[in-house]
Design a protein around this ligand. Structure first.
Ligand SMILES: Cc1cc2nc3c(=O)[nH]c(=O)nc-3n(C[C@H](O)[C@H](O)[C@H](O)COP(=O)(O)O)c2cc1C
Length: 171
């Protein structure tokens, strides 16, 4: 799919078909995450592919969302250790890096004809309790992914975009 078609067609999909995602699609999506830029190319980011029925049940139990009935959830986190720290104010860029990786993943999902929603509303301590390997990471996103259900629809909020004039200021 052409890049601007991806951007224009993407919406938060919250209803999935009962259909598996092909391994080659998942592979390309993960590769898009790997190719994301990070500060100083330090790549202090991890992507967890949650796909087994047990792990999917566990991750669902850490969010309030009943609609997460998809075949895969990607969890994305950054770690302060080994991330770029801006010397002028000691700002650690792990969260920016992890967010860029998650954005690449989300757009690649769309390019593959799949759907996802960026989920930020989850119980992070509970997720870390369920998946101890995530302990040292700042989890920025859960991305439930799958084929959209035939009747999946964008929410009303999807269309409520600010005008470019409100978003952009030319100096
Ligand atoms: C950082 C972030 C966190 C979000 N968390 C949630 C969430 O926890 N649950 C949810 O249903 N949608 C969540 N969303 C999706 C937004 O609500 C959605 O992107 C926004 O309303 C615009 O709609 P659209 O994605 O369909 O264009 C999140 C999006 C972002 C970027």
């Amino acid at each position: 799919m052409e890049f601007y078609d991806v951007v224009r067609s993407r919406y938060s999909c919250r209803k999935f078909a009962d259909r598996q995602v092909e391994a080659d699609k998942l592979e390309r999506i993960l590769e898009a995450g790997r190719l994301a830029p990070t500060a100083k190319n330090l790549q202090p980011v991890r992507i967890w592919v949650i796909q087994s029925p047990e792990a999917l049940e566990e991750i669902k139990s850490a969010t309030p969302f009943k609609w997460i009935t998809c075949p895969i959830v990607l969890a994305v986190g950054g770690t302060k250790e080994g991330a770029f720290v801006r010397p002028s104010d000691n700002r650690n860029f792990e969260d920016v890096d992890a967010t860029i990786v998650a954005t690449h993943l989300m757009l690649a999902v769309q390019a593959e004809g799949l759907g996802s929603t960026w989920v930020g509303f989850f119980d992070e301590p509970k997720v870390k309790e369920l998946f101890p390997e995530m302990k040292n990471y700042d989890l920025v996103a859960l991305l439930p992914i799958g084929y959209p259900a035939d009747d999946a629809q964008p929410s009303e909020r999807h269309a409520l975009r600010k005008a470019q004039s409100q978003l952009v200021k030319h100096l």
